[in-house]
Design a protein around this ligand. Structure first.
Ligand SMILES: [Zn+2]
Length: 306
């Protein structure tokens, strides 16, 4: 991918002028308001109504959506949407998730340099179903040591090592989304660090639960994974559109994954075998069924596996 730094720097400087952003966002909100009324009717939590004002959005409200101070006085992107800033836990939004009923308009970009493709490589595993379980991100092929860059402006929420993600960076963006960059060989940012789209956040690798160097990239809204293909063209390495409308169907895969699934024990089944088959762990199955890992599972018994 050819990177024209001069153009990007110039565009970044232009972004400092707020009026362009406001005008673009007002235009986008205008379009959103004219969308079917059900979007707004179902969404008391969308940013448009965040402060309870039922009138038309003004510039101040739009600014509050893009960045907000938390209780410590820190400037935290989309704080009013999330209500928390957790730099330790990868998935802290247990009760915030809209359970598939949320709708919102995400203003992704106003300028071509507001987005930077994290790594211009081939997709080796897509978002969606896997033979056992679900894949909530997109895997992009890379070599260990390749630079991985942040997709949008934002603030690093997580930069640490995790058992499954390996070295992982999660960035909260002003547009309301969070993006995840996993299996890195090296972290090059720290939590609370502000980034601009295109800044290097680490080097690609093969850490955590991973077989072969790749970047596992996720896009989440309030902790719920979205299909990155809806937002980004992974062949063109570019955004599909400047805006993205989150609808209840955007959460379909996640909702499906949360539904209870059962397995009827057959002769020869073991807990570890069942766990492997459903992409879960013995520990999780034991918790769901209130049994211990030493419990003998008899054929015919119904076990909850998710
Ligand atoms: Zn992956």
């Amino acid at each position: 991918m050819v990177i024209n730094n001069e153009v990007c720097i110039f565009a970044a400087m232009e972004k400092q002028v707020p009026n362009r952003t406001f005008l673009a966002c007002i235009l986008a909100l205008g379009i959103f308001i004219f969308l079917p009324g059900r979007f707004l009717a179902q969404t008391p939590e969308t940013h448009i109504e965040a402060d309870g004002d039922q009138g038309g959005p003004d510039e101040e409200e739009l600014f509050l959506f893009s960045a907000y101070h938390d209780s410590m006085g820190r400037l935290v992107p989309s704080y009013e949407l999330y209500g928390l800033w957790d730099t330790l836990n990868i998935h802290p939004y247990k009760n915030l998730a809209a359970k598939g009923k949320d709708s919102a308009l995400i203003c992704l970009a106003y300028d071509h340099c507001d987005y930077f493709h994290p790594f211009a490589g081939i997709v080796t595993s897509d978002y969606g179903h896997r033979r056992s379980g679900y894949h909530f991100g997109i895997d992009i092929d890379l070599e260990t040591g390749d630079t991985v860059r942040v997709a949008f402006d934002g603030k690093v929420r997580i930069a640490k090592r995790s058992k499954t993600y390996g070295n992982v960076v999660i960035v909260r963006h002003n547009n309301g989304l969070e993006t995840t960059y996993a299996h890195l060989s090296k972290l090059m940012v720290k939590a609370d660090q502000n980034l601009e789209a295109g800044d290097v956040l680490g080097l690609g690798g093969n850490t955590g639960r991973s077989t072969g160097s790749h970047l596992h990239f996720e896009v989440r809204y309030k902790g719920i994974p979205l299909d990155p293909n809806e937002i980004i063209d992974f062949k063109q390495f570019a955004l599909k559109d400047n805006h993205y409308v989150i609808q209840p169907k955007s959460f379909n895969l996640y909702s499906e994954s949360k539904k209870a699934r059962y397995h009827t024990v057959k002769k020869g089944d073991t807990l570890s075998g069942i766990a492997k088959r459903y992409g879960t762990s013995v520990n999780k199955i034991c918790k769901l069924n209130k049994i211990s890992s030493k419990t003998i599972i008899k054929p015919g018994k119904k076990l909850r596996v998710s």
